[in-house]
Write a protein that binds this ligand. Sequence first.
Ligand code: COA
Ligand code: AMP
Length: 631
Amino acid sequence: MSAYRETYESWKNDQDGFWMKAAEAIDWTKPPTKALDAENVPFYRWFADGEMNTCYNCVDRHVEAGRGDHTAIIYDSPITESKAEISYAGLQSQTAQLAGVLRDLGVEKGDRVIIYMPMTPDAAVAMLACARIGAVHSVVFGGFAANELAVRIDDCKPKVILSASCGLEPGRVVAYKPLLDGAIDLAEHKVSACVIKQRPQEAAAMIEGRDHDWDEAVAAAKPAECVPVGGADPLYILYTSGTTGQPKGVVRAAGGHAVALHWTMGNIYDITRDDVYWAASDVGWVVGHSYIVYAPLLIGCTTILFEGKPVGTPDAGTFWRVISEHNVKALFTAPTAFRAIKRVDPEGEFVRKYDLSCLETLFLAGERADPPTVEWAREQLKVPVVDHWWQTETGWTITGNPTGLEMLDIPTGSAGAPMPGYDIRILDEGGNEVEDGTLGAICVKLPMPPASLPTVWEADDRFIKSYMTTFPGYYETGDAGMKDKDGYLYIMARTDDVINVAGHRLSTGAMEEVLAGHKDVAECAVIGVTDDLKGQLPLGLICLSNGVDRPHAEIEQECVARVRGEIGPVAAFKLCKVVERLPKTRSGKILRATMVSIADGAAYKMPATIDDPVILDEISAALGDLGYAKS
Ligand code: COA
Ligand code: AMP
């Protein structure tokens, strides 16, 4: 039997035994006596009677084991033209100091702390400092606007916010402090303190009594020790897009997270503590949480924290420079990064400028890995390119290629085989399993494995409604796809309003809510259209209220600005068009999927229930004006 099959079967035959064995890799202050607690289904808890501290497992234990001089984090920032290395001992002292600051500000075990930071090592230190004292962090991606930050403040009610004066995007400094101040003003929940890292590129104005200078506070603080927490206690909350404007607070429990993530580093990524691992993402996303910060540090290897873009900082060779300079063994990024590089350097001239012999594998996730991009990457880098599929909700791979166990021969276009912990079923609308090769809703038979969300933050009912209701006994992933005869999975589309823009998960429903708030908009639809670079782009079609006679271009621009202002630049909402009416079914449901097919120039079946087919011609013309709907 293959190593993968054997491992998968061993999990299937004895789930508790499998995870208890994996749990031995974690240092527990009180070892768990069992893995799964299924007393209150579907709210499964893992390692609930154990106690541990994630920061201790990521930092202190490596120092105590004599690896304090080993490099924990390499900060490589082409955007500021700077680099730095932090050893495990250095990370321990920075983390303990910042944890001391939080403790002095009254943060206790279970309290929430929002982290709104650019990609500097301070962001990782901030996450670990929270974990150190048992506080629950919630990192908010820097590309979100004040309103999105405010929504998160009101939902998780942080005691303190950790932030910086600015982030850096190519050609512009993003002043974080005005966004932060704006968000705090907008939010109903009042934060008692903010700790602000002043970056040299832009000084932030401080509000007396509330804001504290990061460096001064850290210098004055006394180091804080690690506080043990229960295995099922929350480590963090990470908000992700759902179908509405209210994001879902995905909860991650400490014990299961540490166990599962540690298991993945050797078995999925084939990384040991002596390797250098690079996840080119942002700490604001789940990939950043799991694979820039927690998993590499749990096993004690070196992780790269990269502040830059795949192109333009300064050129399309940046990724190759980082790999060769820092001896990177595995790179993990989103396919869009490779599409961006390929677009600028199709012949791979930059690739050949660097010695990439250290690189053994490229891992892709976050969106569909289109075969031309996969093949280009394989040809250029001459290493296996592994697609793997997962979600914020799971925190780690659902399907992939367990390269540390064995490199499976997975067809290009497939996102791989199920990992231990995941019993995947493809279901039809009635909840029956479909045959291999047939499209259906991808579901996971309960229980979900360690690290998967135990619930949505303070919204158990939303957890049940979003994931557990359509197919009782299963977790509904929200993705549609199929299995082939070998059990390999193909991810085809989302079954909800989520779109994936440059590997960033966004909600078209949330954008519709923003457009609907424009005083002249009577009705609207936002759809995800195919884009060569970003995979998908949001496109808004708006109908105006009776009597509005302002120029359409003016209103369209206002709508674009509105989404940027309320959701943020990351939404990349730049396509907007006024139309007379929207196509609907006779019962009034907007035919979004049909409009997507028209925009993408794909074949579609005229919906039998369409109210007035002529509208589709009008829509096609409007999409044509925006450069879409070309057959
Ligand atoms: N803070 C503030 N603004 C941000 C930001 C941040 N942290 N991250 C992105 N933005 C802004 C960008 O500046 C851009 O603004 P603009 O409209 O003024 O140009 C907008 O949000 C869209 O950003 P992005 O989607 O990143 O587009 P881009 O054109 O700047 O870059 C890629 C395109 C493909 C190079 C880029 O998306 C990328 O590197 N993707 C890698 C994939 C990735 O990291 N995925 C995460 C999950 S694995
Ligand atoms: P996020 O929660 O931001 O990680 O986004 C998760 C969603 O991204 C999934 O539900 C999929 O729709 C999509 N996704 C992630 N990885 C892949 C992949 N390898 N192939 C196809 N889609 C993916």
